[in-house]
Design a protein around this ligand. Sequence first.
Ligand SMILES: [Zn+2]
Length: 156
Amino acid sequence: MLALNREQITAAFDEGEVLHVPDLENVQWRSLDYFGWVHPSGHVGFVVLQSPNDGRSRGIRMSRAKRATKNRRMEMCSWCHHVHRANGTAMFTVPVRGSEGRHTLGNLVCKDLDCSLRIRNLVQPDSFMRETLYQPAKIWRMQTTMHKWLGRANQL
Ligand SMILES: [Zn+2]
């Protein structure tokens, strides 16, 4: 994705949103399909991506719930399909815009919102179940999934 500065990131969100934009100094924009970060509290995650509708940057605020499971079990990120051995995902939830908070949509996603890096094998450990799918296809699948999800929530 194209590099964004702090002002552009802030402008992608609704006005007055408290964001805690992280340090952008070492962000490898060329390796990212979306820019995501987690609030220091751990309860909120943010995503900035290009809307497929008008090409503008769109910021989405999500609730984040870590699932503390005693039993180690594999979990797959629904965006990048990385398979984590244990506790690698979190439940991210967005409100459906216009429902006044009555409807929400949840997704089990990599807990640090680092899917782009995982698709490019830039984070360890590797997926527990390797896929023989070309990187561009993985990226396309992830973007399609995110667009569908955020579209259903009227967030794009
Ligand atoms: Zn992921």
